[in-house]
Design a protein around this ligand. Structure first.
Ligand code: 5AD
Length: 352
């Protein structure tokens, strides 16, 4: 599929054509990664952040936020809950905070690896190469670092403080791959000023990078950010239906990167609380990330407002019963084991 065809699909509005796209993506998902839905337990261990990204509620300028970093023991308690819940992986996520000591993270990773058999995914933003290397040596398996948009000018406007801009983020993805991490990236869909061509470039970029994981969610304006507060500008330049567009990007990503692990994102469940998780899974996704962060911290991890499951319990919170029921209702089953990327496994054993 070339760029023109991707753009054509992104602009498609005919319901019967879209049904074809969903079916193609679902068939590719079944053929390449099967019926299993892998669970990654998300632990939002700190909302401290030194960056000033214009879309994100955790940005350094947001003084209305109570900042926290969970202790190692608190995080370990969440890790054990994630294992009991049936997750094969924990995702340690935080804002981008250079003041977080690399050694602290090293010790945390070591302890998780000693106490459990879970895969460990890090999602803590850009760091120096030697930190990435230290954590990999400590046993971290995967790293998530979204590039947010492949359009360098749009990137500059949404992440003005990020030194080195988009190209530094892209080279970090290479570094992470060379260190032996499974590498994940992704974008937001529906950013003000983002075009269909930009989204097509994003999807081609996923393919070119040979990513192991691709996370795609709708951009959700946050009133405590400069981008989100500017509602009028948003309406004017964001006429697209972000939920539908996100589903198209998920489906096309499955078609172009068939063996990649793709989550049905919390952001999608936030814009469509009734069936966002299911829609993602039916249109190409094969991963769910249940939130394991204790509520007292979770309420402060507000990257966008009204995040699905910010208060527990809720219909759409993925407690065990809800999740099993949800997966059964769409004919899928919970993945067992770590749910490693097939791309990564194939690269590690080239004869298979
Ligand atoms: N809307 C949607 N997604 C957001 N993220 C951050 N802020 C928002 C928002 N307002 C996403 C970014 C980031 C990930 C952790 O959360 O893509 O990489």
């Amino acid at each position: 599929m070339d760029r023109e065809e991707i753009i054509r699909w992104l602009g498609e509005e005919d319901p019967s054509q879209l049904e074809t796209l969903w079916q193609l993506a679902d068939a590719a998902r079944m053929r390449h990664v099967g019926e299993a839905v892998h669970l990654r337990g998300l632990i939002e261990f700190s909302n401290q952040c030194s960056q000033d990204c214009t879309y994100c509620g955790l940005h350094v300028g947001n003084k209305n936020l109570t900042r926290y970093r969970m202790s190692e023991d608190e995080i370990l308690a969440c890790v054990h809950s994630a294992a009991e819940f049936g997750c094969g992986t924990v995702v340690l996520q935080s804002g981008q905070n250079p003041a977080m000591p690399a050694k602290w993270m090293e010790s945390l990773i070591g302890r998780i690896k000693r106490e459990t058999s879970l895969a460990v995914t890090l999602s803590v933003g850009l760091r120096r190469e030697r930190d990435f290397a230290l954590w990999r040596q400590a046993g971290a398996d995967r790293y998530l670092l979204r590039f947010e948009t492949s359009n360098p000018r749009l990137f500059e406007t949404i992440c003005p403080l990020l030194s080195g801009g988009l190209s530094r983020r892209m080279s970090a993805l290479d570094v992470l791959g060379a260190l032996g991490y499974e590498v994940g990236s992704g974008v937001m869909v529906g950013l003000p000023g983002q075009s269909l061509g930009d989204l097509a470039d994003d999807i081609e970029c996923f393919r070119r990078l040979g990513l192991d994981m691709v996370g795609v969610g709708p951009y959700i304006p946050h009133p405590g950010t400069s981008l989100g507060a500017d509602e009028a500008r948003r309406r004017e330049s964001q006429p697209i239906d972000t939920e539908l567009m996100t589903c198209k990007v998920v489906a096309l990503t499955r078609l172009l990167c068939p063996r990649t692990n793709i989550p049905s994102t919390t952001a999608l469940a936030t814009v469509n609380p009734a069936e966002g998780w299911e829609l993602g899974l039916a249109r190409g996704a094969n991963v769910i990330m249940p939130n394991m962060t204790p509520e007292k911290y979770r309420i402060h991890y507000e990257i966008y407002p009204a995040k699905a499951c910010i208060h527990q319990p809720g219909k759409h919170c993925l407690d065990n019963e809800n999740l099993q029921g949800l997966l059964e209702s769409i004919g899928r089953k919970t993945g067992t084991g770590r749910g490693d990327s097939l791309n990564y496994l194939a690269a590690a054993t080239p004869n298979k």
